[in-house]
Design a binder for this molecule. Structure first.
Ligand SMILES: [Fe+2]
Length: 178
């Protein structure tokens, strides 16, 4: 497995665990129990900072190379760049809802829960499809030269949760290391 694929899988693994943590907080909120808002906000900040800005573009780069090597196969796959736009929109919608709830704006419990679940389920489905269709296609299609070029670039876009200096996300990082 190339370095880039291993990196993407590890990032998916971390995101999956963060979504599980987030879902537990949403379940509490739904049951009218006060959730850990700071934890929720830190998870959202992480999704805005890393997957939205750095993880998805790495995948987009791989997808563009698949399009060049095997246009017909890329055509049969979902349009990854468009998918990432939709994932980003759901994240931003959820972020606005979370901030509004934290700032005591009027919002029904049901609407917040619906937006939160839409984000969580959308992320899970998106990652599952990438793992099932996109990553195998990338491994089948791209050449050693492609991987050398990709690995050289993606190394500069490391997951802050996997960095020793990741002070910004240390509280959610502590949840992952357990
Ligand atoms: Fe991904």
């Amino acid at each position: 497995m190339t370095q880039a694929i291993a990196m993407i899988r590890k990032e998916h693994h971390n995101m999956t665990r963060l979504l599980d943590l987030l879902e537990r907080q949403v379940d509490l909120f739904e049951q009218a129990v006060q959730p850990d808002y700071d934890l929720m906000k830190e998870i959202v900040d992480y999704f805005l900072t890393f997957p939205d800005l750095y993880h998805h573009p790495k995948e987009d780069m791989i997808f563009r190379r698949i399009k060049k090597r095997a246009p017909a196969s890329a055509e049969n796959l979902f349009d990854l760049e468009e998918e990432h736009e939709r994932v980003s929109e759901r994240l931003h919608t959820f972020t606005r809802a979370l901030v509004n709830v934290m700032l005591e704006a009027e919002m029904s419990r049901d609407s917040f829960v619906a937006v939160a679940r839409d984000f969580i389920e959308g992320e899970r489905k998106h990652m599952a499809e990438e793992e099932k269709y996109f990553l195998p296609l990338a491994m089948d299609t791209l050449t050693d030269d492609d991987w050398s070029a990709i690995n050289a670039v993606v190394a500069d876009f490391n997951d802050p949760l996997q960095s020793e200096q990741a002070l910004r996300f240390r509280s959610i990082g502590a949840h992952l290391s357990g």
